[in-house]
Design a binder for this molecule. Sequence first.
Ligand SMILES: NC(=O)c1ccc[n+]([C@@H]2O[C@H](COP(=O)([O-])OP(=O)(O)OC[C@H]3O[C@@H](n4cnc5c(N)ncnc54)[C@H](OP(=O)(O)O)[C@@H]3O)[C@@H](O)[C@H]2O)c1
Length: 172
Amino acid sequence: MIAGIGKNNELGKKNKLLWNMPADMAHFKEKTSGHAVIMGQKTFESIGKPLPNRRNVVLTRDKSFKAEGVEIAYSFEEAFSLFKNSSRASTDTARHDSAESEIFIIGGAEIYKQGMAFADKLYITHIEAEDKDADVFFPEIIPIVFGETTRETHKADEKNPYDYSFVEYERF
Ligand SMILES: NC(=O)c1ccc[n+]([C@@H]2O[C@H](COP(=O)([O-])OP(=O)(O)OC[C@H]3O[C@@H](n4cnc5c(N)ncnc54)[C@H](OP(=O)(O)O)[C@@H]3O)[C@@H](O)[C@H]2O)c1
C-alpha cells in the first residue's frame, strides 16, 4: 500500500487530499508508474481520471458503476484475480512478468483498512502536519506486524510546506 499521511494518520477531507506536497506526488508517481494500482471508487472519483502508465483497478460494490480506462472489481479477491487472468497474461506475458510485479493499493481509507490484511509492504510518506478537520485516516501500522526498513527524511522547502519522510515498512 502507498499513502501520504499526517501526524495523526490523516488522509483526507471531503474526498480530497489535505496538503499540497509535490515531492510526495512525485514519489507516488515514481513508485507506481508501470505497475498496477487498486483504489476505491471514492478515490477514483477524487482523482477524476485513470492514472497514466498504470493498470487502474477500481473497487466498487455498485454493479452499475462504469468508467473509461479502468478495470472494475467488486471485491479484493476479484481485483487480485485480474492479475492471474490467463487470457490477458498469455497475450502480454512480458508485461505481466515485469510491469505488474508490484500491485499498489492506493486508497482511500476504507480500502487501506481492508487492504492491511493483504499488504506485504507499506510505502508511507509521513507528513509533519495536522488537520483537525480530516474525515478519513490511515489505519494503525502495528509494530509487531510491520517493521520499518528504510527512512528518508526531508525538510520543508519552497514547494513543500511541511517536513516529510519517505518510510518503507515490511511485514515480518
Ligand atoms: N493521503 C493519501 O495518500 C490518500 C490516498 C487515497 C485517498 N485519499 C483520500 O481518502 C479519501 C477517500 O477515502 P474513502 O475511505 O472515503 O473512500 P475509498 O476507500 O476511496 O472508496 C470507498 C469505496 O470503495 C468501494 N469499496 C470499499 N470496499 C470495497 C470492497 N471490499 N469491495 C468492493 N468495493 C469496495 C465502495 O464503493 P461504492 O460506494 O461504489 O460501492 C466504497 O464506497 C479522500 O479524501 C481521498 O483524498 C488519501
